[in-house]
Design a protein around this ligand. Structure first.
Ligand SMILES: [Zn+2]
Length: 223
C-alpha cells in the first residue's frame, strides 16, 4: 500500500500548482508558492514540546495556517493536507524510523478525515521507514465536542473514550499518534493512555498545528 502512497507523494512533489492557492510554482521545487510560504511562515524544524506529552507540530495554530485548516472543515483538500503532512515529516523524520503511526480516530466513520490524511502522508514520506496502523486504536463511545469545554471537562469527557488492540510484540515498536491540531492535549493523552495500557510504546503526538500557549513550546528543539 505504501508504494501507491509514495507514488501519490511523488506526483504531489512534481505538481506545478501551489497547494494552498493553486497558483503556479516551479515543478519539483516546492509544494507552496513563494507568497504562500511567506504567509504560512512555517518555522524551520517545526515546534516541539513535552507538555502534556511529547509533541511535534508544523507551526502554531494561528494566522494563515489556522485559516487554511479552518477552510478544510466544509470540504477537505487531500492534496493540501498531504503537502502539510510531508512538511511535518521533515520536522520529525528521525523519530519515525521503525515506528508505528496511529491517527487519532473519530467516533463516526465520516468524522475528521485530517488525522488519517496526515498519517498517510507521514508514512509515505518516510519511504517505508514508518508503518501506518490505524486499526490499533478506536473510540469506545461518542464524546461531546471538545471546543467549548474547559480543561477538566475535556478530561472527564474523554475518560476511557478510547480502546486499543493489545500489543503482541516482545519489544514494542515506537508509536506516534497523529492529529491535525493539538489544543490542550486531553484527546491525545486519553488516546495515549489506552495504547500504553494495551502495551504499546507511545512516544507522543505529531500534529499539523499547536494552539499557541506562551511558554508551553520551545522553538526549535530536537525530540
Ligand atoms: Zn500559493
Amino acid at each position: 500500500m505504501w508504494f501507491s502512497l509514495w507514488r501519490q507523494t511523488l506526483d504531489l512533489i512534481s505538481a506545478a500548482r501551489c497547494r494552498a492557492c493553486s497558483g503556479p510554482i516551479e515543478p519539483g521545487v516546492a509544494d507552496f508558492c513563494e507568497r504562500c510560504q511567506g504567509q504560512l511562515a512555517l518555522p524551520e524544524g517545526g515546534l516541539q514540546g513535552d507538555q502534556p506529552l511529547l509533541w511535534c507540530a508544523l507551526a502554531p495554530y494561528a494566522g494563515s495556517l489556522r485559516a487554511l485548516l479552518l477552510r478544510q472543515r466544509p470540504k477537505v483538500d487531500p492534496a493540501l493536507i498531504t503537502a502539510l503532512g510531508i512538511r511535518l515529516h521533515t520536522c520529525c523524520a528521525s523519530t519515525l524510523s521503525g515506528a508505528l503511526v496511529v491517527p487519532v480516530p473519530s467516533w463516526k466513520r465520516a468524522g475528521n478525515p485530517l488525522p488519517l490524511l496526515v498519517a498517510q502522508a507521514l508514512v509515505a514520506a518516510s519511504g517505508g521507514a514508518a508503518e501506518l496502523a490505524p486499526a490499533l486504536l478506536w473510540r469506545t463511545r461518542p464524546t461531546l465536542g471538545q471546543h467549548h469545554l474547559g480543561r477538566s471537562l475535556r478530561r472527564s469527557n474523554l475518560h476511557k473514550a478510547f480502546a486499543a488492540l493489545a500489543c503482541r510484540d516482545a519489544a514494542p515498536r515506537p508509536l506516534w499518534l497523529v492529529d491535525d491540531i493539538l489544543t490542550t492535549g486531553a484527546t491525545a493523552c486519553a488516546a495515549a493512555e489506552a495504547l500504553a495500557t494495551a502495551g504499546h510504546a507511545v512516544q507522543g503526538l505529531l500534529a499539523l498545528a499547536r494552539t499557541p500557549a506562551p511558554g508551553r513550546h520551545r522553538v526549535p528543539a530536537v525530540i
